[in-house]
Design a protein around this ligand. Sequence first.
Ligand code: SF4
Length: 342
Amino acid sequence: MSQHRQKTVLSGMRPTGPLHLGNYVGALRGWVKLQETHRCFFTIVPWHALSSEYENPKVIKEYTFEVALDWLSAGLDPEKSVLFIQSEVKEHAELHLLLSMITPLPWLERVPTFKEQQQEIQDRELNTYGFLGYPLLQTADIIIYKAEVVPVGEDQAFHIELAREIVRRFNRFYGEVFPEPQMLLTEVPKLAGTDGRKMSKSYGNAIYLKDSPETIRKKISPMVTDTRRKRRSDPGEPDDCPVFTLHKAFVPEEKRAELAAGCRSASIGCLECKKVVIEALIQEFATFREKRAYYEKHPKLVWEIFEEGNKKAREVAEKTMAEVREVMGLVFPGGQSTPGKV
Ligand code: SF4
């Protein structure tokens, strides 16, 4: 192990059900590597899911379990990382409340995803405090562990900028408690779903990590390819082919170059080309499927692993909150938050 202090990483996922290849390539695959070199906290965030799913919260527990299964099966290791459920560490809520006191409203109103998602999701009322405060809760999730590195996709960049601004403001008022978290931008190749649009659970076009080899075949075989390839003898352009986005994420470079050349010269057919990525996916998730089948049969074990993680997370979060209460003058004689009592 390195002599240097490992930097602290935090990242999270909303419990929206089983994870698809986009979630894997965009986050999970990188996290599995990060846990080798960093002190990692990975959290499933039910409170964030509630900001839009408040009318039907019952699914959140089931979805949390699905994400937990996928995490463990994909190689997140409770011996190396703290895997936990955000809403089981109540200190996040306290820090969120305290941060809400110092955060100017326009900082939240100008977050681009706030307006975008309000327009996108028309079927429910999102003009709520919770929805507006989403990035603030995210800030609390990150800084309560004094995370220095936050791996995120580009769409989350603004949220991390906001977290940094809030940290600066907090530290200016009360003293240097929190480090400014740095963004670790994950380069995410855009993965196409089975209908050629961006892979997304809500479009119903996703390929899931837990899909069986048969399902993977059934989903990819009929996928639309580059429309120039009407006949086998027509050359195509891999960069314009939705299927090839999967090749870019899962087929080794050398083989991919060979397929791209074959596509451009029409020396291979689409079926043959698809077969390569289908086999690559089946191979990549072989161990995953075995592990998932095991954990599915042992739900108690899964919840125990996460409860262990919740405990470890709580210890750190409690320590930070003792410090926060202290610098904010919120420690009262004999009170619950007296240092040493937490
Ligand atoms: S040969 Fe491969 S890359 Fe080319 S259009 Fe067909 S599936 Fe796409």
